[in-house]
Design a protein around this ligand. Structure first.
Ligand SMILES: [Zn+2]
Ligand SMILES: [Zn+2]
Length: 348
């Protein structure tokens, strides 16, 4: 690794550290194709210690050859992954990033630096993978994603002060620019020492969201596609209609195992997929039903999600509501009414 990369990663290269002494709660489970490493991959350690979302990173192993799906963010995640790789893997061939979010990509360069392997992601997420701070550059977002992200933030009620604070948080915690070896532009098959992996484009949570399908075991690894509430990305990056189409596509494969990014992977996932698709549809209906009266996002959120849904704290439900508002607006079912300081929607 070059010096600049080492500095950017800002990790201690303490590979001699005894992983079992790690104070954070990681656990390693077997899956039909290898392992899942569960624990606080997604949040700051302070948040994790207060109790928060469990994430999973997956390792598919075939005849000593491995593919890691997502990477976690923190050095503790890395140590947990290292433990599996050192014990069960001879060659790390692929590091597949399901999407650009920091909790999925954060350890990718560190893994490649220590174990080798090729980092793969979808080209539609390239902008934010290469530079997460681009989200604050409206010209770039407009160019790559086709809409104005500051309009979205206005819809959400964010003030310039809030956005400045968000930017600082991104810079401090989530800014992990990354060099990907290969950006996928079309769906493809990968060979893992004789095991076929299919890279499927399953947009919704982000434009370039990927899922990895293993036909031999009928396992699907979906990243944050199967997260509920979802999409948790500010429009135009998240897209509610694409999210449901991707979920329906995954369901049609009849998977026997679903490895998703923010819970433990589950066997026989069809009931859960049905439940998530159903909840999307219910959310869309609930929003429309409430808009006989003009309402803003905060009003809708208070009515639809009076409590935080499990694993979905603000602003995830708000973003999800916003994604459906945009979808309904594009279908001329509702209209957006921008006032001087507020934005509200009502039925068309
Ligand atoms: Zn995500
Ligand atoms: Zn995530």
């Amino acid at each position: 690794m070059d010096a600049q990369l080492t500095e950017r990663l800002a990790f201690q290269s303490d590979t001699s550290r005894d992983w079992s002494q790690c104070p954070f709660p990681y656990s390693i489970h077997s899956t039909p194709d290898g392992f899942m490493v569960c624990g606080p991959h997604a949040q700051t350690m302070e948040e994790s210690l207060r109790g928060g979302t469990v994430s999973s990173v997956y390792i598919i192993v075939h005849k000593g050859c491995a593919c890691v799906i997502d990477t976690g963010r923190f050095k503790e995640s890395f140590f947990a992954l290292t433990r599996v790789l050192n014990q069960y893997v001879t060659t790390l061939k692929y590091i597949i990033l399901t999407h650009d979010h920091f909790d999925h990509v954060g350890n990718a360069e560190r893994l490649r630096g220590e174990f080798g392997g090729e980092i793969l992601a979808h080209s539609l997420d390239a902008t934010l993978i290469a530079n997460p701070l681009c989200i604050y550059d409206n010209e770039i977002i407009q160019y790559h994603y086709g809409a104005n992200v500051y309009d979205t933030w206005r819809d959400m009620g964010y003030t310039p002060k809030t956005i400045a604070a968000m930017r600082k948080t991104t810079e401090r915690l989530f800014n992990v620019p990354l060099q990907v070896d290969q950006y996928i532009t079309e769906e493809c098959m990968l060979d893992l020492n004789g095991l076929e992996l299919r890279l499927l484009h399953t947009p919704g949570h982000s434009p370039g969201s990927l899922s990895v399908y293993v036909p031999a075991s009928r396992s699907i690894y979906t990243g944050d596609l199967t997260f509920w509430v979802n999409p948790c990305r500010p429009y135009p990056i998240g897209n509610a209609d694409k999210c449901v189409s991707s979920l329906e596509r995954i369901r049609a494969l009849g998977p026997r195992f679903c490895g998703h990014g923010h819970y433990l992977g589950i066997h026989n996932p069809l009931p859960r997929l049905n439940m998530i698709i159903g909840r999307h549809r219910t959310l869309e209906r609930d929003i429309l039903a409430l808009l006989d009266t003009p309402l803003g996002i905060a009003d809708l959120r208070a009515r639809i999600f009076p409590d935080d849904p499990a694993d979905s704290f603000a602003p995830i439900p708000e973003n999800s509501i916003h994604a459906w508002l945009i979808s309904l607006m594009h279908r001329n079912r509702i209209v957006r009414m921008a006032g001087r300081n507020t934005v509200r929607w009502r039925k068309a």
